[in-house]
Ligand binder design. Sequence first.
Ligand SMILES: [Zn+2]
Length: 474
Amino acid sequence: MSVRRRDVLAAAALAAGGRSRAQPTTFEAGELRAAQQLADAALRDTHAARLLTELCTQIGARPAGSAADAQAAAWAQAAMRDLGLARVRAEPLVLRVWQRGTASARVLPPEMLPLTMAALGNSVATPAEGITAEVAWYDSLAELQADTREPGRSRANGRIVFINQKTDRTRDGRGYGAAVPARAFGPVEAARRGALALGIRSIGTDRERIAHTGALRYEIGVPRIPAFAVSVPDADAMAAWQAQGRPLQLELKLDAKSDVEATTHNVIGEVPGTDLAHETVLISAHLDSWDLGQGAVDDGAGVAIVTAAAACIARLAPRPRRTVRVVLFGNEENGFDGARAYGDRYGQDPHQWVGESDFGAGRIWRLRSRVRPEALPLVRQMAQVLAPMGVAWTDDADANQGSPGPDTGVLMRRHQWPAVELSQDGTAYFDVHHTVHDTLDRVDLATLPQNVACWAVTAWLAAQAPVGFGAVGR
Ligand SMILES: [Zn+2]
């Protein structure tokens, strides 16, 4: 059946007021065969490994607004054009960025330990002479939150708060999700109780002397205090002294700049659609990274995977009905400026669904969606194509509770766009996340083609689907 004929039948069925016999909610056999062929070809992909290697070795760390970030935007556009994507562009946006300076911290005698540490993103500086104070110890953010906020009454008052929140190793990242509020909200909770500064145990699952950075969030009306993370072994050493009842004194010196005006970019490339070209299937990653490593797992891998997936569609699949658009967002790590700018610009355009690869380079083990119930049979059929690649689909309510990555999560919530989640195995991800160890040598390049194949297949099928995935169907 021709596309046009099918549309006419679907429109007639809608006009007749029925959930139509004529409006198919399954893919045609030929489409599923084409998707299978696309998967087979994408499993032989070598572009993702090449792209990731180039990004890490030619550019490396690329905090939003930096010179390296601009180089990465130029590199990404060249890579997209080279791979045959259309309408390649970098959309600039002006933002205010935070810039790391030098930082050090140590436990003062009698214990004496120079700490392996890193400032948290957005941290204000200490005075030049630093801050020296006794430590107020909390085993978790919840314990700090349970402490009184009455002025002058908290243990935190006049001290450096330390939160020893541990991060559990999990495949799906829920251990990180449970621990990360200590980093994001710890500084505000400590400052509300009169603290001078905040230290945290790194939000990470490794046991090496490396510190994990990441963004904190200040609140208007609450004093901004300097904040830093120490390595897990250093936190354990402090915990041992703490357990022995020995009072700990810390000295912290931290330099940083806030609110520096800069420019970053969303880099976009497309595989143009045909009869439904005005509708977009968005697959994405973020181009920026923290400054400590090379941004290999976060999120160079995602950049390589979705770019290579779109290239596979352009090269190997029948031209899609809807437009497949790759977006490499700017400044995911410290503010979601790229996601918000994308929403400002394209928020009125119909999006079939949105998804993001931002959980390292591990294999995809699960497909989940957020689509209207009528579209679920199509997701089920996608899952059948992915199943031989080791991807599970649960066929229960949970299957439609997917959460896309951070940027597309912002867009999903803001615009009520349907979404897809291709869950990667994140068991080892938080060993290196936001650290000096986020480097190319930590990536198993052999896991990339399975990711490319899953993204290519789901994006192409979403572009072919006989119905819209959103709340308002066609
Ligand atoms: Zn990321």
